[in-house]
Design a protein around this ligand. Structure first.
Ligand code: CMP
Length: 132
């Protein structure tokens, strides 16, 4: 997912380019937005964390771009490409190093397991959209 600040700043094209250049195939893509309630559902695993309410507000503050990506070893390689959650710790050459503004407004989200990638893909896309 490309988060609201990155979409609003006009960085989604540059981020998608970095993703494609790193060898990922975009198999589904959508410009959309989340209500606070939907954002809360997406980040349900974090509901006990102190940043959950802020995160819901931030994630519903503007348009986001949802994508399903395909590659060998996609989950681990995508996490490498995006860099650390906190951009202060993100390595040179990562998407977050380049585009993230803070630990919250950190430009992109990546799934943390194959199972969550399936669930998160289905959160945004129908089977037909993902496997067209
Ligand atoms: P993401 O990788 O999408 O997963 C959870 C999100 O919560 C994270 O990126 C940030 O946008 C946000 N967040 C805000 N504060 C924190 C924090 N202290 N630790 C982790 N994630 C945070």
């Amino acid at each position: 997912m490309i988060k609201p600040d990155a979409v609003a700043d006009g960085n989604s094209g540059a981020i998608l380019k970095m993703i494609e250049e790193a060898g990922f195939r975009i198999v589904a893509l959508k410009l959309t937005s989340l209500s606070e309630e939907r954002a809360g559902q997406f980040y349900e695993v974090h509901k006990e964390r102190p940043f959950y309410n802020d995160l819901k507000r931030y994630m519903s503050s503007g348009r986001i771009m949802a994508a399903v990506l395909e590659k060998e070893n996609a989950v681990a390689d995508f996490r490498k490409l995006i860099g650390a959650t906190n951009p202060a710790q993100a390595e040179e050459g990562t998407i977050r190093k380049k585009f993230a503004k803070s630990i919250e407004a950190n430009a992109v989200h990546g799934s943390d397991s194959d199972e969550n990638a399936q669930l998160e893909g289905s959160f945004f896309f129908s089977g037909l959209e993902m496997y067209a």
